[in-house]
Design a protein around this ligand. Structure first.
Ligand code: ZN
Length: 300
């Protein structure tokens, strides 16, 4: 065994202790240093990841904003378009009303009065030369049959005729009856807008204040769904040409008399004039009210 002096042994021990302390400090430092590095690396990875997420969120939000803006823009454009269309429609309607105001001015002398000029009397004659006075005349005795308004003066005869036809196996239904002045304004305007001019509309529709339907004495009929021109080919039409006079009705616009009545033939349009006049016309073979009572007719 090495013999060391006690003093020297102390020095060696102290040296060893110092060395141990330094080594320990180094190890501790290394642990702390590398630990920090690892944490820093982890932090940096997390930060990058968060940055990516943030970017993604920003992108989604930007996309959402762009979509919202596009939607708002489309809605704004649609609103503008609708507004423009409404304005155009209103302008067209105003122009049409202006045109009608000029066209449908009551011609001098067309207002009915005197003989066959009382719109509340069943012998009244209204045609393109004879308009209502007042122009917006409304019958005071409107009643309803099959849901259609008619003058009470024709009610019982109309019902009796339709019932007699039914008993003979012929079905007759109404498709139109009394039409007010305002209703005819709408009807006539409709045909003006469809056909493009008042001249073209005059071919298919009476001007307001000139329609026999405004008396409440005229009806349009059909049979089993066959109305207008098709009615002429029905058994009900044949029955009416042979029997309607017994109930006071005449076919108002017959073929061959267009120049007299001012209207193309209408198989479906029947007018009540009372049984005396209707039977007398049938017996004498007179086909128009204008000829029967010696009144002007034809076009406007
Ligand atoms: Zn009619």
């Amino acid at each position: 065994m090495l013999k060391v002096k006690p003093k020297k042994r102390h020095i060696i021990l102290a040296g060893a202790l110092v060395t141990l302390c330094i080594a320990t400090a180094g190890v501790v430092y290394a642990i702390i240093y590398y630990g920090d590095q690892a944490i820093a690396r982890q932090e940096s990875t997390s930060k990058a990841h968060l940055a990516k997420l943030d970017k993604k969120i920003e992108e989604i939000e930007a996309k959402k904003l762009a979509e919202k803006k596009a939607k708002e823009e489309a809605e704004r454009k649609a609103r503008e378009k609708a507004k423009k269309e409404a304005a155009q429609k209103a302008a067209a309607e105003a122009a049409l009303q202006k045109q009608l105001a000029g066209q449908t001015v009551t011609p001098a002398g067309c207002a009915i009065s005197g003989a066959h000029g009382n719109p509340a009397s069943i012998d009244v004659v209204v045609n393109k030369k004879r308009c209502f006075s007042p122009i917006n005349y409304v019958p005071a005795d409107i009643v309803y049959y099959q849901g259609y308004p008619i003058s009470n003066k024709i009610y019982s005869n109309l019902v009796a005729m339709i019932n007699a036809a039914a008993a003979a196996g012929k079905s007759i239904g109404l498709t139109s009856a009394y039409r007010s002045y305002d209703n005819q304004v709408a009807t006539y305007n409709h045909w003006v807008s469809v056909n493009g001019s008042t001249a073209a509309a005059d071919q298919v529709s009476a001007r307001p204040g000139y329609s026999e339907h405004q008396t409440g004495f005229a009806v349009d009929v059909s049979s089993g769904g066959a109305g207008l021109e098709a009615f002429a080919n029905t058994a009900a039409y044949t029955w009416m040409t042979n029997n309607a006079h017994k109930y006071g009705f005449v076919q108002r616009y017959k073929p061959g008399y267009e120049a007299v009545t001012g209207y193309s033939a209408e198989a479906w349009h029947w007018r009540f004039v009372g049984t005396a006049a209707a039977t007398d016309m049938k017996t004498k073979g007179i086909h128009t009210l204008e000829q029967y009572w010696g009144l002007p007719g034809g076009g406007y």
